[in-house]
Design a protein around this ligand. Structure first.
Ligand SMILES: C[C@@]1(CC(=O)O)C2=NC(=C\c3[nH]c(c(CCC(=O)O)c3CC(=O)O)Cc3[nH]c(c(CC(=O)O)c3CCC(=O)O)/C=C3\N/C(=C\2)[C@@H](CCC(=O)O)[C@]3(C)CC(=O)O)/[C@H]1CCC(=O)O
Ligand SMILES: NC(=O)c1ccc[n+]([C@@H]2O[C@H](COP(=O)([O-])OP(=O)(O)OC[C@H]3O[C@@H](n4cnc5c(N)ncnc54)[C@H](O)[C@@H]3O)[C@@H](O)[C@H]2O)c1
Length: 218
């Protein structure tokens, strides 16, 4: 068992290399594109129609041939997603030697990281893993969390970001600022953000939040 450390990577301008062109490779590619990867190379003699379509659209660079070690040049992260153990092993070994982060689809423990399932709602990103114990449970929990945190959470979070930026710019009293931001998060987490701001501007809301927080202290 590995005690994984969670991080959220910014892949903008980082070269990502996926070796393999089957269903697993396509899933990794779609996850990378959802994360904004814009330098994505896929190496595989055969590719799914989905990958071919992404290549035709210019979303990925598809190299239709077998993996070569030179494919790793300049890569920040690599996914070894072929069904051939000796090929995945060679990729993992070369990445280790070059200090490149590698994911190994058929032998997770040989890689540096595993791929979590992701629920995205605007800036909210929930990543789920069972560390390889049960990918099926991971997929199921993703569906549960999608239902729990609906599409509207993107808007709720955008509202909280706007509020936070305004408060950071104008409220020097740290304790009061924190109290207001925590109260707003509580309201937005349980209520409908449209109701929160149905007939008031964010400025009116700030006044109301401030009054509630000040009332708590007196
Ligand atoms: C989360 C997700 C992300 C993604 O891939 O994008 C993901 N697997 C997903 C689905 C899924 N994968 C498999 C099934 C069939 C049911 C089952 O086997 O349980 C299902 C379920 C389904 O399809 O519904 C089969 C499977 N998976 C791995 C092996 C190889 C092995 O264990 O050795 C085999 C057996 C191959 C065989 O039997 O031949 C390995 C890995 N799969 C991982 C990630 C990593 C740890 C995940 C974790 O535990 O949290 C890890 C360790 C390595 C890695 O890939 O990083 C994605 C859901 C995304 C979503 O729903 O959005
Ligand atoms: N991590 C996961 O989520 C997960 C899930 C299921 C299976 N797996 C594992 O991943 C492997 C791949 O699964 P799949 O369903 O995508 O397989 P697949 O058979 O559909 O596709 C394999 C791909 O690898 C390519 N390939 C073969 N040799 C290559 C080489 N030398 N260089 C580059 N590409 C090469 C093929 O062209 C093909 O596109 C499975 O064998 C299994 O071990 C992992």
């Amino acid at each position: 068992m590995v005690a994984y450390y969670p991080v959220m990577l910014d892949l903008n301008g980082k070269r990502c290399v996926v070796v393999g062109g089957g269903a697993v490779a396509e899933r990794k590619v779609r996850g990378l594109l959802a994360a904004g990867a814009n330098e994505l190379i896929v190496v595989s003699p055969q590719a799914t129609s989905g990958l071919e379509q992404l290549s035709a659209e210019g979303s990925i660079l598809l190299k239709c041939r077998e993996y070569l070690e030179s494919d790793l040049f300049g890569a920040a992260i690599v996914f070894a997603a072929t069904p051939i153990r000796s090929v995945n092993d060679a990729i993992a070994t070369a990445c280790r030697a070059a200090a490149i982060w590698v994911n190994v689809a058929d032998l997770a423990e040989q890689g540096d990281f595993v791929t979590p399932a992701a629920v995205r709602r605007g800036e909210l990103l929930i990543a789920i893993t069972t560390g390889g114990a049960s990918p099926a449970l991971t997929a199921r929990m993703k569906r549960e969390l999608e239902a729990l945190y609906g599409e509207d959470f993107a808007g709720r979070l955008a509202l909280l970001r706007e509020l936070r930026e305004r408060m950071l710019a104008r409220e020097p009293d740290e304790a009061r600022r924190h109290a207001i931001l925590r109260l707003a998060a509580e309201i937005v987490a349980v209520g409908n953000p449209a109701e929160v701001r149905a007939d008031e501007s964010i400025e009116d809301w700030i006044v109301k939040l401030g009054q509630t927080v000040d009332g708590r202290h007196t």
